[in-house]
Ligand binder design. Structure first.
Ligand code: CTP
Ligand code: CA
Length: 222
């Protein structure tokens, strides 16, 4: 190995990343969404690009800034749009990282006019596409990484997702620690493999991104 490939260990690798929330329209002015900042996914994209990867970032509605010019940015709004962008770019990627906080449900019917206020109403919801699970079924040479946010039996639940979605590892976000999570600049994670796990300290999302990508590099070199 020469100096060059050591500095750019992801050179020649195509990495596809989803980030941010997805929004599901209720009517022309309202939606169902969540507070994801898109920060963890954008840090992953920037650090991966810095390590030499060819990065495509599929980003939901978020104010996060993506400075790195070499990143191919695909902006989407709904889960369906994220699904289409992810599935159409999956085949020739080497690594797929699902950092998005995808809406699990969407209104069964989207009103084409603004819903006027009257009495109480009930919204009927239907499940969105599970992007990561779909790609888990289509996986060939690709490495697949997911995230999990759990409030109870965290490790057991994350491990179930790892198996069910056919992942190489899953990154468990800690909710218990102050400073970790959605609108924060820091995160505390446990990386869970089928047969072992690695716990990390609370650190900046950029440093967490590097920890995750080091594990990815090990997987690619294994
Ligand atoms: N994910 C996805 N498509 C979805 C839902 C989730 O790609 N429709 C991905 C997320 O980006 C994350 C992983 O699947 O990497 C786990 O997401 P999470 O919300 O923790 O799990 P769910 O399978 O949605 O289950 P639940 O929300 O009920 O815990
Ligand atoms: Ca979910």
């Amino acid at each position: 190995e020469n100096h060059f490939t050591k500095d750019l260990p992801l050179k020649g690798k195509k990495i596809l990343i989803t980030a941010g929330p997805t929004y599901e329209a209720i009517d022309p002015v309202r939606f169902i969404g969540n507070h994801s900042s898109g920060k963890m996914g954008s840090e992953l994209a920037e650090v991966a690009a810095g390590l030499g990867a060819e990065v495509t970032l599929i980003l939901g509605p978020s104010h996060v800034e993506v400075d790195e010019k070499s990143i191919r940015l695909i902006r989407i709004t709904s889960t369906r749009e994220m699904y289409e962008a992810a599935t159409s770019n999956f085949e020739d990627c080497d690594v797929f990282i699902a950092a998005a906080a995808v809406a699990d449900y969407k209104p069964k019917n989207v009103a084409d006019q603004k819903i006027k206020k009257s009495g109480d109403i009930t919204l009927e919801l239907t499940k969105t596409e599970d992007i990561l699970a779909t790609l888990g079924q289509r996986k060939k040479h690709q490495k697949l990484i997911g995230f999990a946010l759990e409030t109870n039996e965290e490790e057991a639940n994350a491990r179930k997702k790892l198996e069910k979605k056919n992942l190489d590892f899953i990154v468990l976000n800690s909710l218990r620690d102050k400073g970790a999570g959605f609108q924060e600049d820091t995160n505390k994670v446990t990386i869970i493999y089928p047969d072992h796990q690695v716990k990390f300290d609370l650190k900046s999302k950029k440093e967490v991104a590097l920890d995750i990508l080091k594990e990815v590099i090990d997987l690619l070199n294994a």
